[in-house]
Structure formats: C-alpha cells, structure tokens
Design a protein around this ligand. Structure first.
Ligand code: GLA
Length: 398
C-alpha cells in the first residue's frame, strides 16, 4: 500500500493543518507531499548525462501553503515555518519576493525560497507572497534527499495553486536550477526526478540526457526481499568540497576525450587517452556505472535479485576505489551487511557520508541490522539509524 493512504499519514496531515492555522492564523489552501529517495544504482551519472535508477521512499516532506491576497498587509512577503525544531510555537522566517537573492537565504528556508526564485525567472510567472509550513520525516543530511523533497513539495504546490501547468520534467529542471543557482549546490537532475516521477513498487529508470523516464517494477515483495537503509549519521553537504571536485574531474576527462559528456564514452578502453590516473579512474567509474544501471534494469526485469545484488556491490567497490566518494562508515555498513548475508549493498546518494543500502531477504532485517550495529559499535562510530524503506509514489496532493 502507498503511504498516502495510511493512518499515520492522515494523522500527520491533520496535525500539519492544525499547526498551520495556529502559526499563521489562517487555514492552508492545501497540503502537498514530496518523497525523499534512495538511489538503487547509477551514482554521479546524472550530471554526466547518463542513466540513474532511484526510487521514491515512504519518507516525505509535507508542504502546506496559503497564498496572500493583494489586499493583505505584507502581501509580498513569503512567510516560511517548519516543524524541524519542534516546540509549540514555530519560528517564522519572512522574506519579501524582492529580497530573493541567490545564496543570501540561510538555513532550510533557502530551499522553498529557491523554488520561488526559479519560478519567477520563468516568462509570465510572477509569484507574490504566501505562507508555507513544512513538516518532513526525511532525515536531514542522510543522503536521502531531504532538501529536494522540500523543493519538490514547494514546486508541486505552487504549480497547482497558481495553475502553472508545468510538466514533471519542467519542474525537475526548475528545482535543479533553484538548487544550482540559488542554493549554490552543483547537483544533477536525479533526486528531483525521483521525487516527482516515481511510482509505488517501481524504480525510475531515467536517461538524464533525453529525460526519458520508465518505471521499472521492483520485484521485492514476490521475492520476500526488502531494502534496508543504514544511515551513518555522518552528515554530508553538496554545496562545496568533494562533490564539486568530482564534477570537475568529469569535465576535465571530457575535455581530453573531446566528448560532450562521459555518457558518450562506451568502453573503459577508450579512457587510455587520459594521462592523469585520478581523472582516468573517476571517468572509469562513470563509464562502468552507466553500464551497471542498464544491466540492473535487465536483471530486475528477469526478477534475478542475486544478479541485482552483485551489481549493487560492484557499484559500491567502484565508488570506493575509483570515484573515491565512500567513507569508513559507509564501507563498514556495506561490509557488515554483506558479511551477514545481504544479497547486495552499496552506499547511496552523493557520498562522503549519508546512507548505504542493503538488498536483503525480509527475514534478515534483524540479523543484518544487528551486524551493522555491532560493527559500528566495535569501530567506535556513532550509532547508525537503520530502517527499511518501501518504494512509494511520487509527489502530489497529500
Ligand atoms: C546527489 C545529487 C544528485 C546526484 C547524486 C549522486 O544526490 O543531488 O544529483 O548527482 O548526488 O548520484
């Protein structure tokens, strides 16, 4: 069952409605839901115009909005609140539409603000003030796209309320622009697309160049298998550092090879022209990872989970050794899960912290979780947050 129909979901929606009214003194016009994502496979391939295979998860951002009328005082002001800090009275951050300057809005409010900014760049769109309250259960900094969930929740809400008629692809591109130019994180198109276009019990096979998307059935239930998330609770950020450096290496590889994107390199042998061993290794990850996505789609269609598991683990090794975006904690989670009999495991998302996933049989949830907890305890790492996820449907009305 999709979480949208569950009792917990209905209770969260009702609580958010009440909180909104208490915070702003008005009822919201509506509440929208946008999920976080797990990437099954296809890491750092999105900005290389390649393939990805993420799915939306049953953790999401709920976004409640009320537009202000022109007659109200502060009609140009965007009033943002969230339930993040908890507490009875929520703090409200107010920014006028004119004050939306790239990189100038600190904290979580940058994400909804970025979306308003990006929409206002679109010819014919001129959004004015509104009140917004967000409640999210996507763990922040976990590599499960909590920020994109908030951005997507905001854009689907505004698309509906202002009858903008934007397609999923247009919304994905606009939230990417919001993230790249306003927030300042040089990320690709995968996370927003997963949050917008996923279907329950499917993964989203996306060609990041053409934006062709196919929903591939995940044969987990019939194989008694589940996806376990192991959040290392080592927070990561994509605004600076390693993520941008990897992107640069890919661009340098393209310059040497004379191609537009590493997507255009078919074989690892074609990389011999790259002298720098680090850049060559990084390019190798992208070339092999694109192939692994295609192979995973094939074996998923054959419901061959053992083969899926092998590809997941190969992907991890490639990220650890060639792309160098894993961390001690992510490696420990993957190795402990594999040692306890997981079908496959890999880090997921941008890397340098965040989460790993394991594909396991349902009756292994306890034993694999325990093995990971023990490994972390022995190594003296922070206790990880371990939970199963379900492939849920993409964003929409809550
Ligand atoms: C982050 C980015 C995505 C993608 C992944 C790595 O999640 O937001 O665009 O590049 O890292 O696959």
């Amino acid at each position: 069952m999709s979480i949208s129909g569950s009792k917990d979901h209905a209770a969260r929606v009702a609580a958010l409605r009440e909180k909104f009214t208490k915070t702003f003194g008005h009822h919201p016009e509506g509440i929208w839901r946008a999920p976080g994502r797990v990437n099954l496979i296809g890491e750092h391939t999105d900005y290389n115009m390649g393939y990805v295979l993420p799915f939306a998860i049953d953790k999401n951002a709920l976004v409640a909005i009320r537009r202000k009328s022109q007659l109200e005082p502060e009609s140009q002001s965007l009033d943002f609140a969230s339930t993040y800090g908890g507490g009875e009275t929520l703090a409200v951050t107010s920014i006028t539409v004119d004050e939306l300057v790239p990189r100038a809005v600190p904290g979580w409010a940058a994400y909804p603000a970025a979306v308003v900014w990006a929409l206002n760049q679109v010819q014919g769109v001129e959004l004015s003030g509104f009140e917004l309250l967000v409640d999210s259960d996507v763990p922040v900094g976990s590599g499960l796209s909590s920020s994109h969930a908030m951005e997507v929740g905001t854009i689907v809400a505004l698309n509906d309320l202002y009858a903008l008629g934007l397609s999923h692809t247009q919304m994905a591109l606009l939230t990417q622009r919001a993230e790249n130019e306003f927030v300042g994180a040089p990320t690709g198109i995968m996370d927003q697309s997963a949050s917008l276009m996923s279907q329950a019990q499917h993964a989203l096979f996306l060609d990041c160049r053409s934006m062709d998307a196919q929903n591939v059935p995940l044969p987990l239930a019939q194989e008694d298998a589940v996806i376990l998330v192991m959040d290392t609770r080592v927070e990561h950020s994509h605004v600076d550092g390693g993520y941008a450096a990897r992107r640069r290496s890919c661009e340098q590889a393209c310059e040497v090879l004379g191609v537009d994107a590493l997507r255009d390199v078919a074989r690892v042998d074609d990389l011999v022209a790259i002298d720098d061993p680090v850049i060559r290794r990084r390019a190798k990850h992208i070339v092999t990872e694109n192939q692994r996505v295609l192979d995973t789609v094939k074996v998923l269609n054959e419901a061959d989970l053992a083969a899926v598991g092998q590809l997941l683990y190969q992907s991890h090794v490639s990220m650890r050794d060639d792309y160098e975006i894993s961390s001690e904690e992510l490696d420990a989670a993957v190795e402990a899960a594999m040692g306890a009999g997981a079908i496959g495991a890999r880090m997921t998302g941008g890397g340098f912290g965040g989460s790993a996933i394991a594909l396991i049989k349902r009756d292994q949830v306890q034993s694999v979780s325990q093995a990971v907890l023990t490994a972390f305890e022995q190594a003296g790492y922070v206790q990880p947050n371990i939970f199963t996820v379900v492939a849920d449907e993409g964003a929409g009305r809550a």
